[in-house]
Write a protein of this length. Structure first.
Length: 245
C-alpha cells in the first residue's frame, strides 16, 4: 500500500520547473475564475459605478435625530406658551408701587410723631430747624396726596423734597423708603416695556444686544426669569466679568 501511495504522490505535479519539464501535469492547479462581481468596490468597474452613485446622490441635509446637520447645534426658538408665561411673570405686580408708598407713609408717620412729641415736651429747637420741618411736612403731604392717583408724579415731588429741607430733617428710614418708591416706579415702567417687547419678535431682533441687556437688568428680575427672557430674545448666556485688579 505504501508503494502505491508513494507512486501516486510521485505523479503529482507540484508546479516546479522540473515537473513541468517532465510533463507531469496530473495535479495541475485549475485557473482562477473570472471576477464574479465586476461591480465590486475592488474592481475598476466597481469604483466607477460607485463614483457615479455618489454624484447622483441628492445633495440635501441628512436628518439626524429629527434635526438636519445644518440646523444641528442651533438653539430652538421659544414656544408660544413659553413666551406667554414669561410675559405674565415679567409684568409688575399691581400693588408694587402701592406697597412702597405704604412703607414710606409708615416711616414718615413715625417721624411726625417724634416732631410732635418734641413740641409737646417743650423742647427748644432753633427757628431754622422748625422752618425746615414745616417745609418738609408741606412737601411730603403734597406728594402723599397724589400717590393714590399719580404715583410717578408723586414720586417726583417727593424726590424734589429730599433735595431740599426734607433731606436734612427726615430720619434715615423715611429717606430709604422714599428711594424705594422711586425705584419701584422706574421698575414698573421697565417691566411693562419688557413684557410688551417679548410679544414683538421683529422689534427685539432689531435691537442692539447691549440695549436689550440693559433693559432686562433694570427690571429687577430673578435669575431664573432673566434666563427665560434671555432665551426668548435670543441673547446668549451672560459671561461673568472678572473683577478688575
Amino acid at each position: 500500500g505504501r508503494e502505491e501511495q508513494a507512486g501516486t504522490m510521485g505523479q503529482m505535479n507540484c508546479g516546479c520547473e522540473s515537473c513541468q519539464r517532465d510533463g507531469k501535469d496530473v495535479g495541475e492547479m485549475p485557473a482562477m475564475p473570472e471576477d464574479p462581481y465586476p461591480n465590486a468596490l475592488g474592481s475598476d468597474a466597481g469604483a466607477k459605478a460607485t463614483a457615479d452613485i455618489v454624484q447622483e446622490f441628492p445633495k440635501t441635509p441628512i436628518s439626524v435625530g429629527g434635526l438636519s446637520q445644518e440646523s444641528k447645534g442651533k438653539t430652538a426658538g421659544p414656544t408660544a406658551a413659553e413666551v406667554q408665561d414669561a410675559v405674565k411673570a415679567v409684568r409688575p405686580p399691581k400693588d408694587m408701587v402701592k406697597k412702597a408708598w405704604e412703607k414710606f407713609r409708615a416711616e414718615y408717620t413715625v417721624q411726625k410723631n417724634i416732631w410732635d412729641s418734641l413740641a409737646l415736651g417743650g423742647a427748644q429747637r432753633g427757628g431754622g430747624k422748625k422752618t425746615d420741618e414745616d417745609a418738609t411736612r408741606t412737601a411730603v403731604e403734597a406728594a402723599l396726596e397724589k400717590s393714590g392717583t399719580a404715583s410717578a408724579e408723586a414720586s417726583r415731588l417727593l424726590q424734589e423734597a429730599l433735595k431740599g429741607p426734607a433731606g436734612s430733617v427726615l430720619n434715615k428710614a423715611s429717606k430709604e423708603a422714599a428711594t424705594q418708591i422711586e425705584d419701584a416706579v422706574k421698575q414698573v415702567a421697565k417691566r411693562e416695556e419688557l413684557s410688551n417687547l417679548l410679544q414683538q419678535p421683529d422689534k427685539y431682533k432689531a435691537m442692539q444686544s447691549d440695549v436689550l441687556e440693559q433693559l432686562i437688568t433694570s427690571c429687577g428680575l430673578s435669575a431664573e426669569l432673566k434666563h427665560r427672557v434671555r432665551h426668548i430674545v435670543q441673547l446668549g448666556p451672560k459671561k461673568a466679568t472678572s473683577a478688575s485688579k
